[in-house]
Design a binder for this molecule. Structure first.
Ligand code: DP6
Length: 335
């Protein structure tokens, strides 16, 4: 929208949960990861971001959830806007207002939804024509996981092979309606510590110090192929064990990082055990857990088992709240 030299646009973008994790950059300046990752874009939640560029502004103004952003969070937005300004050939400052319709403390990745929405709104405000692929390539400079929130449903962020990153982008694998029976039971855990080290820094310390990182990289291409095929075939009995295998591998390289990265609480660990027990007792994979760099758990199961799984897991001491999420649509312009 252009109004007398003021250019403004609003974008909405959802968070996503990684089924195969991105953890480590092969090129930090170009934000190119060592491995490809796969995620599900989640429904119900979103960041909504409005960007207005104006020549009369002396500085970028950034407001997050109704309060002025300062320090690190503001700087990362300004750095991102600088990149967009360079693309568009402008030096105009911007006013950014961003709101999440989910509690920031819920542990749902707000950097993924936030930067996907910022990428969409800032480029639209400047009239840049962006394909989904281009938008994902831009969003990853704000937060790697944001590259995947551009698309809905099941998404793969392919690492690519080129040194210049041109083949590094996210692409939709299957749409949000591909597997309606798949449910994500989110368990919000009490007393989850605030992240001491930003993921971007934490993952590079894993790359540098974990003795198991190289082995993880060797295992990943095969696991990615199997995860992709299990989703394609809607094969829960294959997907759930793979999810847990991947999550355990991610946790192992975090724990063997020096200094060790421990994102879980006693409650999170009890929940991992509870999911294993559910599967053992049923004699089949009823559910599969995963978590990101935080204490909250995402437990995937099928609609028919969702109520039972949710009820049982909610009884674990320290579980504050549970949410039922599904795959949802990707980022989009709000007219
Ligand atoms: C464990 O790309 O979200 O969630 O912006 O620094 O938090 P920061 O990095 P981000 O890191 C994602 C790491 C992960 C795995 C994943 O989402 O693939």
């Amino acid at each position: 929208m252009t109004r007398g030299g003021r250019r403004e646009a609003t974008y909405e973008a959802p968070p996503n949960i990684a089924l195969v994790k991105y953890w480590g950059l092969r090129d930090r300046a170009l934000a190119i990861p060592f491995n490809s990752s796969i995620s599900v874009t989640l429904d119900r939640f979103r960041s909504r971001t409005t960007v207005r560029f104006a020549s009369e502004l002396a500085h970028d103004l950034v407001e997050l959830n109704g309060a002025p952003a300062t320090g690190g969070p503001r700087e990362s937005v300004v750095r991102f806007l600088d990149r967009v300004r360079e693309l568009a050939g402008t030096t105009d400052r911007a006013e950014v207002r961003s709101e999440n319709n989910f509690p920031t403390a819920s542990g749902l990745a707000s950097s993924a939804s936030g930067f996907a929405a910022l990428a969409g709104a800032s480029t639209a405000a400047l009239g840049l024509r962006m394909s989904g692929r281009k938008l994902s390539q831009l969003a990853r400079f704000g937060s790697g996981s944001a590259s995947r929130s551009v698309f809905g449903g099941f998404v793969e962020w392919q690492a690519g092979h080129r040194p210049d990153g041109r083949d590094c982008f996210a692409r939709p694998l299957f749409g949000p309606d591909h597997w309606p029976a798949l449910v994500d039971v989110v368990l919000i855990v009490a007393g989850a510590p605030v992240k001491a080290v930003r993921s971007e820094d934490a993952m590079q310390s894993t790359v540098a110090t974990s003795p198991n990182y190289a082995r993880r990289l060797v295992e990943l291409p095969g696991r990615i192929r199997r995860v992709r095929a299990a989703i394609r075939d809607q094969a829960a009995v294959r997907l759930f064990p793979l999810l847990m295998e991947e999550c355990d591998s991610f946790r192992e390289v975090c724990e063997t990082t020096q200094p060790s990265l421990d994102y879980l609480t006693t409650t999170s660990r009890a929940l991992l055990g509870e999911v294993r027990a559910i599967n053992r007792e049923a004699g089949r994979p009823v559910a599969g857990y995963t978590h990101d760099a935080g204490a909250h758990l995402h437990v995937f199961t099928l609609e028919r088992d969702a109520a039972t799984v949710r009820r049982r897991l909610a009884k674990t001491p320290g579980v504050e709240r549970t949410l039922l999420l599904h795959a949802g649509p990707g980022a989009h312009l709000v007219e």
